[in-house]
Design a protein around this ligand. Structure first.
Ligand SMILES: Cc1cc2nc3c(=O)[nH]c(=O)nc-3n(C[C@H](O)[C@H](O)[C@H](O)COP(=O)(O)O)c2cc1C
Length: 354
């Protein structure tokens, strides 16, 4: 039924529907159900220790013998200018007071590079069928080692230039992530929250600029979106928000409640929580920080200041519930049923248009 079989043939899957590798929200159970239903399940491994990744992969392999994707962030060890830290602590002090917290922490976490030699060695040992990267790619020798091990490589592009750079690096398929997408923007360099191209505009321009299969991501919530992606020239889709309402997802109860009454205007793009632009539920803190933009601590280090605020649980004041603009389309179904429904809906649209 799929009008373009390049991705299904490449990944050895029945349906070109990739579940987004959502760090913190994708579970082994969710990924396995998606893979068993003919899609490509994924585990966002960016926030997991090597031991956690090893046991999650064992869990996954106990549930499925189908291909799955392990996903990692790419980036150097973050460094924050002390003056930026001091100024950000000043800006966060009133929010800490509102939330009944003490003074913001004086230091930021000391973090290494996001994807390192340990994780590369782990991947070469675990040998998932697919690995995907967010925020660019690791250095060429790491890519060469993954390729030599027969692991297929995907990465995200948010512009045509990024897609061309990914193709030149020799990866296997490109995820074109539009501005509607929930979660962090996978731009190869940090970008201001206001900067972004929607999926409808981005996908055909990337399709025209590269010869690799393109996977459309961002705001695809049902079979209509899937069919539309193929009309734009994509060979498949990656969907995250739609899977957040599945019982197998690790979605926290507060975000499930928000998703159940979501509208298309619930979310905003902000870098004031993590240090990089991400689409999440609109909070008073993010709104105020975006209205008075100033340099912020480096990506991932900023969590050292914002995590205490998120843990209080006052979602309208400060929260980081990542989801996209199409959340109103979510159906709270088991992943197997959702996959079946998505395929049936896409088939019906293809038929009605032909
Ligand atoms: C809760 C959540 C967490 C995400 N975490 C990751 C991640 O760890 N790695 C990644 O490559 N993309 C991540 N993304 C972005 C997705 O890969 C993808 O671009 C997005 O889900 C597509 O838009 P949609 O949510 O509208 O379907 C995340 C998205 C969401 C909603």
């Amino acid at each position: 039924m799929w009008p373009d079989r390049r991705l299904t043939d490449l990944l050895h899957i029945d349906h070109p529907i990739l579940q987004s590798p959502m760090a913190g929200a994708a579970t082994a159970a969710l990924a396995a159900e998606v893979s068993n239903a003919g899609g490509l399940g994924a585990l966002g491994s960016a926030e997991m220790t090597p031991d956690q990744i090893t046991s999650a992969v064992a869990d996954l392999r106990g549930r499925t013998n189908q291909p799955f994707n392990l996903n990692f962030f790419v980036g150097d060890a973050p460094v924050t200018d002390p003056a930026v830290l001091a100024r950000t602590r000043d800006r966060l002090r009133p929010w800490y007071a509102t939330l009944g917290l003490g003074d913001p922490p004086e230091t930021l976490p000391d973090l290494g590079p996001s994807f390192d030699e340990t994780r590369l060695a782990l991947l070469l040992d675990l040998r998932p069928a697919v690995v995907s990267f967010h925020f660019g790619l690791p250095p060429a020798p790491a890519l060469a080692a993954l390729k030599a091990a027969g692991i297929l490589i995907l990465s995200t592009a948010t512009t045509v230039v990024e897609a061309q750079a990914l193709e030149a690096a020799g990866i296997d398929a490109i995820i074109a992530q539009g501005y509607e997408a929930g979660g962090h923007r996978g731009s190869h360099q940090p970008t201001a929250p206001a900067q972004g191209v929607g999926t409808m505009a981005l996908v055909p321009q990337i399709v025209d600029a590269v010869s690799l299969p393109v996977i459309a991501a961002g705001g695809i919530g049902d079979g209509r979106g899937i069919a539309a992606a193929f009309a734009l020239g994509a060979a498949g889709v990656q969907m995250g928000t739609a899977f957040l309402s599945c019982p197998e997802a690790g979605t926290d109860p507060a975000r499930r409640t928000l998703l159940a009454r979501a509208t298309e205007t619930d979310t905003m793009m902000t870098d004031a929580v993590s240090g990089r632009s991400a689409r999440a539920y609109r909070s008073a803190y993010a709104t105020a920080m975006e209205a008075t933009r100033e340099p912020l601590p480096a990506f991932l280090q900023l969590y050292g200041l914002t995590d205490p605020m998120l843990e209080v649980g006052q979602d309208d004041v400060a929260s980081f519930h990542l989801y996209g603009q199409a959340a109103r389309l979510n159906r709270p179904l088991p992943a197997t049923d959702l996959m079946r429904l998505l395929v049936a809906e896409a088939r019906a649209v293809f038929r009605s248009l032909s």
